[in-house]
Design a protein around this ligand. Sequence first.
Ligand code: CTP
Length: 421
Amino acid sequence: MAVRRILLIVGGGIAAYKSCELVRLIRKGGGEVTCVVTEGGQHFVTPMTLAALSEKPVYTTLWDLKNEAEMGHIQLSREADLVVVCPATADLMAKMAAGIADDLATTLLLATDKPVMAVPAMNVRMWEHPATRRNVARLRDDGVTVLEPDEGPMACGEYGAGRLPEPEAIWQAIRAFGSPDPLAGQPDFAGENHRPLHGRHVLVTAGPTHEPIDPVRYIANRSSGKQGFAIAEAAAAAGAQVTLIAGPVHLDTPPGVDRYDVESAAEMLDAVESALPAEVAIMVAAVADWRAAECANRKIKKDGSGEVPPLALAVNPDILSSVAASPARPRLLIGFAAETDDVVAHAQAKRLRKGADWIVANDVSGPPGTSVMGGDSNTVHLVTADGVEDWPAMPKDKVAAALIERVAENCRAHNGMKDDA
Ligand code: CTP
């Protein structure tokens, strides 16, 4: 990760309890957290809880001379790689914007020379109030990364924007902080560009399909689902509403993603059709091309003759082609192509044949079990109507980040065209 030492300032809002989970996630991800809790924050979460979770002293007051002797507040504000304010209440952001330093948290924020990220949480009216809009704009102008709050039902009973994003999404934004080059790492969530897919529905298919032969046997392939899950995760971290249709895999659902599990190609097609419309669809699944023409109701038994039973195959529906031809075709339709030879030429032909806008082609050559299928890294070529880009070999999460960055650029360009029209 680009940032390892986090100074976490916990403000006084009901969402403060989620900062406990954030501390846990940062530590699980290999980071260190030092917590500062405002007076208001202590009404919602105790310093004891944060000390236990962070395994470090928690700081609460400017006037604690013992701590001042051990560690001055200037030093505290500078020993971090990133200062995260979570939750950032309307009051705390107003003070930050105005440069007020009347307690430990605000003094640290004024004294720090490190980047600051604020994660707002408040009532929707407070979030939409011109004073808060002004303060957020001022903070962004000053270089503070202010994340967008989530929309949804609020603790106060109202509905709208102002909910603290889920701790996993905040952790992703922290992890991505400071890595603006998509090929080098994560999408750029800093400043104005954070959550570039906010408000867009992205559909992702992932994993293999299992095509039953009888109640105990099936036809399958070596897809692990890792690349598709990484793409769903990167899209959600970029703010998209993500629907993930997953074949049988052993992977946890990425944070903020709506997941539907299916077994066969026919079930995957049904699930995809029900999930449409979507602005972007990324079909990463390694859908089985064939299924058993008939699925036996009972286990097929050996008959003692030594003869193999006949296994007739039928062609499965091509989900990518059928989505391309559907009236609900996503504006940007992306397929994957697993090839063992003539990778780019096959991918170019596949793009036209299947009606996709882009094809991400990967070389899956190599003896069974050693290839990209199931592995952690991937060498891909992005095939579009404009040509072919060869990307260097990268871990699958970096491929995902780079692809989502390209999707975000495409969405921005499309919006620009609409605005010009
Ligand atoms: N795909 C699909 N439905 C299928 C087969 C493939 O939607 N029945 C999609 C995959 O999700 C992927 C793309 O089509 O986005 C290409 O998959 P690939 O397996 O490489 O292509 P095939 O159609 O199997 O082509 P071939 O076997 O000729 O290489």
